[in-house]
Design a protein around this ligand. Structure first.
Ligand code: 13P
Length: 255
């Protein structure tokens, strides 16, 4: 059985002080919460503070991206090794904002995936179609391509322990979440590709999160879908009470 996972992607928000203030409230609220894994992805500048702030809890910390080289003359880049040394255990890779604004491709995401795994990080591997692709009826084709290329060269064992996040681009930050049917179909499709490409064990162990306008008010119906194992949350993860309610909702209804 897959343990549900709810992850906060803070994107380019929160100073060190703001991150600490968030944790003070959030830790109090989540003290007794069990049955759900929690990950927080702060900006790089707040990573160390967040790692320190979650000490003694089961909250895990993620980077929001990582380059594929271990070290060297790569101005502005952060390696998986540097991330791991902060105490982060996860890293978001292939987020649509990285793909659309910073030039990530299926091939570069694939290199980042291999490097992150080699340095012991668990990738949260993001895929998702644009509205135009969905309107053209190509959503599932796009997902197939992103998954095949992004996970190329990985073993079934590596896929079993990674996290995939389905984030339809048209649902990110728009307030328009995918319908339960749209998300359920996409998730079933993703698991089907993992089964075909790797093996049933890998497909059944890998957690597939939904992301895109997840809020306290819609999380329950989303994670009630059998193939949806939790949520990757942007805007609604910035407030500790709102994120706590999503964590509690993710826990209550996932089987
Ligand atoms: P929102 O929850 O703000 O729609 O963002 C989703 C997302 O991109 C999480 O990675």
């Amino acid at each position: 059985m897959r343990t549900p996972l709810v992850a906060a992607n803070w994107k380019m928000h929160k100073t060190v002080q703001e991150a600490q203030a968030f944790l003070q409230v959030f830790r109090g609220l989540t003290e007794d919460v069990t049955g759900v894994d929690i990950v927080i992805a702060p900006p790089f500048t707040a990573l160390t503070a967040v790692v320190a702030g979650v000490q003694g809890s089961s909250i895990a910390v993620a980077g929001q991206d990582a380059y594929w080289q271990a070290e060297g003359a790569f101005t502005g880049a952060i390696s998986p090794s540097l991330l791991a040394h902060t105490g982060a255990t996860h890293v978001i890779l292939g987020h649509s904002e990285r793909r659309n604004l910073f030039g990530d491709t299926d091939e570069s995401v694939n290199k980042k995936m291999s490097a992150a795994i080699a340095f012991g990080l668990t990738p949260i591997f993001c895929v998702g179609e644009t509205l135009e692709e969905r309107d053209r009826g190509e959503a599932l084709v796009v997902l197939t391509r992103q998954i095949r290329r992004g996970l190329d060269g990985l073993s079934g064992e590596q896929v079993a322990s990674l996290v995939v996040a389905y984030e339809p681009i048209w649902a990110i930050g728009t307030g328009h979440n995918a319908t339960v049917d749209q998300a359920g179909n996409a998730h079933a499709h993703i698991r089907g590709i993992l089964r075909e490409r790797f093996d049933t064990g890998a497909a059944e162990s890998c957690r597939i999160l939904y992301g895109g306008s997840v809020k306290p008010g819609n999380v329950r119906e989303i994670v009630a879908q059998p193939e949806i194992d939790g949520a990757l949350v942007g805007g609604a993860s910035l407030d500790p009470k709102s994120f706590f309610e999503i964590v509690a909702g993710g826990r209550a209804t996932t089987v």
